[in-house]
Design a protein around this ligand. Structure first.
Ligand code: GLN
Length: 387
């Protein structure tokens, strides 16, 4: 008789993440899905054709380890044009198999056991577990409620000699807030004369509303010298399932990120890289993305005017928060379940983005959906009975 091995878990408190749990519940109840930040509309057909052509042309073996030169060049050109920062194609740009893999590689490559990593909550769910897997300590600072700005005095007070990294996310998932120029100045001031690395998750860099500029690390020459910026082709070109992203960093930082990448993935998907490189050469497709998503945000907000929910302002990303604290005492998880089971619409509880489960009685809505889905989802939310 053989008994199976029970491992000593490295993440004993971690279960299946909220995107999967709610996705499954939503599917089981055939709910309208406003939960995951993934488009339910197609990408450009010409982009698919470019990938098909790459496959048919035989580009089906390993890509160069740090990425296809033509794709890295397209990224370098875009970043220089939009943000003014010049990244060296050979040493400062890495194509990754998803932005998530870029985040993992940056944290694993640069954070040592016992180091502290500051991040801001609510936050995307992977940051803290990745830090813990390095034997390091995630230090979650809460964004100021209810407008979710960063309290820079709190950041300054939280920095210790062991602080190795600060994780930034702008535009922000799940709150839809964006960093301002003043935020960048404050970040530069608190990190000046330290060896703290900034890891900046900018996967929604092309989704910033009201004509505002994206204030990423590449727009700030001083911060760029200490930053690893992570972005995503999936979010930008409606292909989140392709799992292709990229990192930007000065050569010395990038060298360590690449060391992890080469043992984790070796290289990202080859035909997708060829397709994306060819696609990026045809036009600056990302330029219309902010207006495209702003229309979706506004459509959903208008349709929800007759709902009992109070919407919080969204300045960027695929997301908008909705407050129900004035009409129900339910926890946000109870509310999300009830919305799926009784009203057939799936959203996410904001508490899932806090390591301590803070419940503000707020849910997250994704408007990265086609018009019919936004309409049907809003219609369901308008039927909710205040109790
Ligand atoms: N980034 C997306 C979101 O926040 C999807 C994340 C995921 O499914 N792992 O909804």
């Amino acid at each position: 008789m053989h008994t199976s091995v029970t491992p000593r878990s490295k993440l004993p408190d971690v279960g299946t993440n909220i995107f999967t749990v709610i996705g499954q519940l939503s599917a089981a109840h055939q709910a309208i899905n406003l939960s995951q930040g993934a488009p339910n509309f197609p990408c450009a057909e010409a982009l698919i054709q470019q990938v098909n052509e790459a496959m048919l042309a035989g580009h089906n073996q390993y890509a160069p380890m740090t990425g296809l030169p033509a794709l890295k060049q397209a990224v370098a050109d875009k970043v220089a044009r939009l943000y003014g920062q010049h990244y060296d194609v050979d040493h400062e740009i890495l194509i990754t198999a998803s932005a998530s893999q870029g985040l993992y590689s940056a944290i694993a490559g640069l954070v040592h056991p016992g180091d502290e990593v500051i991040f801001f909550e609510p936050s995307f769910d992977s940051y803290a577990p990745i830090v813990r897997l390095q034997g390091a300590i995630p230090v979650g600072l809460k964004l100021h409620f209810p407008d979710f700005h960063i309290d820079w005095d709190q950041v300054r007070a939280s920095i210790t000699p062991r602080t190795r990294m600060i994780i930034i996310n702008t535009p922000h998932n799940p709150t839809g807030q964006v960093l301002s120029k003043d935020d960048l100045a404050a970040l530069a001031a608190v990190t000046r004369d330290t060896d703290i690395v900034v890891l900046s998750d900018e996967v929604y860099e092309h989704v910033v509303f009201e004509g505002a500029a994206h204030h990423g690390m590449a727009t700030h020459p001083e911060l760029a010298t200490r930053s690893v910026t992570v972005s995503s082709f999936g979010k930008t070109f409606h292909v989140t399932g392709w799992r292709v992203g990229y990192c930007l960093a000065p050569a010395a930082l990038m060298e360590e990120v690449v060391k992890v990448h080469q043992f984790m993935m070796f290289s990202a998907d080859t035909p997708m890289q060829h397709g994306l490189a060819a696609w990026m050469q045809t036009a600056d497709h990302y330029l219309g993305l902010s207006a495209f998503y702003q229309r979706k945000r506004d459509t959903l907000a208008t349709l929800l005017e007759d709902s009992p929910f109070r919407l919080l302002p969204s300045a960027g990303s695929f997301f908008m928060l909705a407050d129900y604290s004035h009409f129900s005492d339910e926890t946000d998880s109870e509310m999300v379940k009830r919305l799926i089971v009784e009203y057939g619409v799936a959203t996410l509880p904001l508490s899932a983005f806090y390591t301590d489960g803070t419940d503000h009685k707020i849910i997250r809505l994704s408007f990265a959906k086609d018009e019919a889905t936004l309409r049907a989802g809003a219609q369901a939310l308008c039927l909710v009975n205040p109790r």
